[in-house]
Design a protein around this ligand. Structure first.
Ligand code: ACM
Length: 520
């Protein structure tokens, strides 16, 4: 009798202990997967007395601290502040500081130490702190992401995370030409991508169906070329002030903006705006369909190069990043003997503006300048021609990385010319082994493009982007030797409550074991 009472007591105690056991730090389901997570005993708790502490009042550190406060205050309701102090650490605070000299962490890595008293985040560079903050967000319960006050407690299990990326370039592309997206939509996309530590947004600003950026010397580009979109909607464009607002919003989140003006093909919007850009001096009709490969700038005319110089001069002046993207894809209406000298000359124009060229893989048919980058999307042969010329490659294989490809035959949005891309197919590839002859040292990074022929608004964008984006983020950030789909899918499944808290309209793929409840 005594024995069974003791046994009963022991089991009850064990059950109680299990129910109370916090999630271990190593079981926190972070995406992208960190380089190293070492759990320790203890739990950190954020309270109404907590603050974010930076060591000095440098504008940049205060801004990073404010970003974290803005993420944590709505759901906790705490009204925390960013303060500067170099004094002894006090319980309940989160400390952010730059601590240069840890080479392994590089420009974007961070080290996060959590104990039952404080959270300490250090990095060589501000971008590393910003990435570490994204990890801190994921360590709190998902309801931390909600816009209104939620129940605590706000706890993180103790331990240490050391983390840095595999590739320095981890991007998305948004086609604002086929359908226009307002500034607020672009900002929303930026907010979502940074949560998964992506750091590049490529904006496809001009195509057959629309010209989307104000060029003061060529105002009809937006007056006429910006006036419509696929299916004949009213289109739109960014004024230079609005583009600058996007660039600034991105820079505050450590995102580089890469502007693309596609040429010599994909140029009908420009050709419809200015008759003199056409070989026959006649402006084309505006185009609202989704065919490709029918338009070309007149490569033999001097005014074409004046036009390109003017356009890229204005855009370069508004773009702090080093790259201008010249497109160069699917120029089927341009003879190859015209295409090659055209691309060579445009490279000269761009480098004359102090910028470096990125172009789709076809540009490798020309003679690449030493600082030109090739974006692989379709033809491995082209990309290999780039590699042979010493160019680095951005990996955007359409069959693996195009966010506008349908998940399967039942997906209502998107296209499938490059195949269906279910969440596993989007995740299960390695940039460094996909194309024999393109190795890790040839690769700058990865980019997942979203073409918008069928994508008309931010909800539709979210449905195509999520849940594939966290997978592309992980391919760019985490070493391929540490990745595998079966393990990843369980981590991804635990992000559905974060998607819900952030009001993301994601595709609930049947391949992923979604966790459903908001409580963890
Ligand atoms: C492309 O998809 N035409 C680059």
């Amino acid at each position: 009798m005594l024995r069974s009472i003791l046994l009963f007591g022991l089991i009850t105690l064990q059950m109680f202990a299990m129910a109370m056991l916090p999630t271990e730090l190593s079981d926190s389901g972070i995406i992208p997967k960190p380089v190293s997570v070492i759990p320790a005993t203890g739990i950190f708790t954020l309270t109404e007395k907590s603050a974010i502490i930076v060591p000095d009042k440098s504008v940049e550190l205060m801004q990073i601290g404010q970003y974290l406060v803005d993420k944590l205050n709505p759901a906790t309701g705490f009204g925390m502040l960013v303060k500067s102090s170099t004094g002894a650490k006090s319980t309940g605070n989160i400390y952010l500081s730059l601590s240069p000299g840890d080479e392994q962490l590089g420009n974007e890595g961070y080290q996060l130490t959590i104990n039952s008293d404080v959270v300490s985040l250090i990095a060589n560079k501000p971008a590393g702190l910003f990435n570490g903050i994204q990890t801190i967000r994921q360590l709190f319960p998902a309801r931390i992401e909600m816009a209104s006050k939620q129940q605590g407690p706000w706890e993180i299990p103790a331990g240490t995370i050391r983390d840095y990326p595999e590739y320095s370039f981890r991007g998305v592309m948004l086609d604002v030409a086929r359908h226009f997206f307002q500034v607020n939509d672009v900002k929303r996309y930026i907010d979502l991508m940074v949560a998964y530590k992506m750091n590049v947004m490529h904006l496809h600003l001009a195509d057959d169906q629309g010209w989307r950026i104000e060029i003061k010397k060529w105002p009809k580009l937006t007056e006429i070329g910006g006036s419509t979109q696929v299916d004949g909607g009213k289109g739109g464009f960014y004024t230079q002030e609005q583009y600058t607002e996007i660039v600034k919003y991105a820079a505050e989140r450590y995102i580089m903006i890469i502007p693309e003006i596609d040429m010599p093909g994909h140029t009908n919007a420009a050709l419809a705006s200015y008759s003199e850009l056409n070989c026959n001096e006649k402006a084309t009709e505006l185009y609202t369909g989704i065919k490709v490969g029918f338009s070309t700038l007149c490569t033999g005319k001097e005014i074409t190069y004046q036009f390109i110089t003017d356009v890229f001069s204005e855009i370069a002046a508004l773009t702090p990043g080093p790259f201008l993207h010249i497109g160069g894809d699917e120029s089927h209406a341009t003879k190859i003997e015209d295409y090659i000298p055209f691309v060579n000359r445009v490279q000269e124009i761009v480098s004359g503006l102090g910028k470096q060229v990125i172009g789709w893989d076809e540009i490798a048919l020309s003679t690449l300048k030493p600082n030109t980058f090739v974006q692989f999307w379709a033809k491995a042969d082209n990309a290999l021609k780039g590699v042979k010329q010493g160019a680095k490659v951005i990996m955007s294989p359409a069959a693996n990385a195009y966010l506008d490809m349908q998940y399967d035959a039942t997906t209502k949005l998107g296209l499938h010319w490059a195949g269906y891309i279910e969440v596993d197919k989007g995740y299960n590839w390695d940039p460094a082994t996909l194309v024999p002859g393109i190795n890790k040292e040839n690769i700058l990074g990865i980019e997942a493009p979203l073409w918008s022929e069928t994508i008309t608004n931010i909800d539709e964008l979210e449905y195509m982007v999520f849940p594939r984006l966290p997978g592309y983020a992980e391919i760019g950030w985490s070493a391929s030797s540490t990745r595998n789909w079966d393990e990843y899918k369980t981590r991804l499944g635990r992000h559905d409550d974060r998607f819900k808290a952030l009001q993301i309209d994601y595709y609930p793929s049947k391949l992923v074991p979604w966790s459903v409840p908001l409580e963890r």
